[in-house]
Ligand binder design. Structure first.
Ligand SMILES: [Zn+2]
Length: 372
């Protein structure tokens, strides 16, 4: 359970975080006693929607196992949201994004009942939806309520738990990228967001055994970190505390999967792999005595990242892949990703540094041998 400081920071953002009491959410039910609530659920989460004891609800059922937030799904949610007072996503990922989007389009408030600790978009104001086959980020509102039942989250599929942990472990490298940008290019670092995020990722790191066993306390720590990630982004006013080169690698691969019309591996699974690349690069650059503006301070900051071997073992314990080839991508695509992922965002990261120093070709064979 997050501490009071985090709860009150969320409150200031307009977000009420409630943990279940015997599977119910009395505070939420009381606050919305008069509201007609639209419950947004898919095949995997419908049972949780049906188990919720709230007085006035209607179900917007997306009859799919893995819906994508495209025009059809979003359109249906917007349509049904018009006749309701509040939109509650019963799910993570797509459903959370769709609820935020439907709320934005209809001027209603929204919330989320988290069903899987798989992503960090719970407390985020962004709705990532698909328009014309492309993923776009709509500036939506932060959900007014985040409902957490650790028993439900601990029962989520292992792959989703592994993905959430991968997304959080990636904060080690994205925070280091932020320091690199600070020392190398003079970018500002929001210290409060930085330390909130680092604190949360360290708590997850020390609970990996519990998370791997799906222990309720472990999964709760993971969920807390995913919520805090959204909070840290709000504090910083951008996604710096949550996204660096490891995310750019994930985004680059995602575009390829979408273009190929293939099932996109979970975000955090790809981020976990990207984290290994970034962590290795920070280790290797220091080991090889590579110099650049701000190098000493950057190498010092990089000490916060666990050794790459340890990160690899951690991902394995969680059942996450540690080789890119496990995602079914080609060796050529892996190399292209390392070379080009820095172009997906204009944010300075270890991959940008590598390009700037002309060292990509030097480190590519090592990365390929270790992680492809
Ligand atoms: Zn992420």
């Amino acid at each position: 359970m997050v501490g009071e400081p985090v709860k009150s920071k969320l409150k200031k953002m307009g977000v009420t975080l409630e943990y279940a009491k015997d599977g119910t959410f009395p505070q939420f039910a009381a606050a919305h006693a008069a509201d007609k609530i639209l419950l947004l659920a898919d095949r995997n989460t419908r049972r949780y929607a049906e188990e919720l004891s709230l007085p006035h609800t209607s179900l917007c059922f997306i009859d799919e196992d893995e819906p994508v937030p495209d025009e059809a799904v979003c359109g249906k949610a917007v349509q049904e949201a018009r006749s309701c007072d509040y939109v509650l996503a019963v799910g993570s990922g797509t459903l959370n994004d769709t609820a935020k989007y439907a709320a934005l389009m209809t001027g209603k408030k929204s919330g989320v009942l988290a069903t899987a600790p798989s992503m960090d978009g719970y407390a985020s104001p962004v709705a990532a939806i698909m328009k014309g086959g492309f993923k776009v980020s709509e500036a939506a509102h932060v959900p007014s309520d985040i409902l957490v039942d650790p028993a439900v989250l601990a029962a989520a599929p292992q792959e989703m738990i592994a993905a959430g942990a991968g997304d959080i472990l990636g904060k080690y490298t994205c925070l280091t990228d932020w320091r690199l940008a600070q020392y190398h290019t003079g970018e500002a670092v929001d210290e409060e967001a930085f330390s909130d995020m680092l604190d949360a990722v360290q708590k997850v790191s020390s609970s990996v055994e519990d998370i791997a066993r799906r222990d309720k306390c472990g999964v709760e720590k993971l969920t807390d970190a995913l919520i805090i990630s959204g909070l840290a982004m709000a504090e910083a006013g951008n996604s710096r505390p949550a996204s660096g080169a490891e995310h750019h690698i994930s985004h680059y691969l995602e575009m390829w999967f979408v273009a190929q019309k293939r099932r996109v591996p979970l975000h955090g699974i790809k981020v976990g792999l990207g984290t290994l690349v970034s962590a290795y690069l920070y280790e290797a650059l220091e080991r090889d005595g590579v110099t650049f503006k701000g190098d000493a301070a950057t190498y010092l900051a990089a000490k916060a990242i666990p050794p790459v071997q340890e990160l690899r073992t951690t991902l394995q314990k969680l059942g996450a892949p540690v080789q890119f080839s496990a995602l079914g991508i080609s060796r050529e695509l892996f190399c292209e990703t390392i070379k080009k992922a820095h172009t997906v965002r204009s944010r300075y990261t270890v991959l940008t540094l590598l390009q700037e120093l002309g060292l990509t070709e030097r480190y590519l064979p090592q990365l390929e041998a270790l992680f492809y």
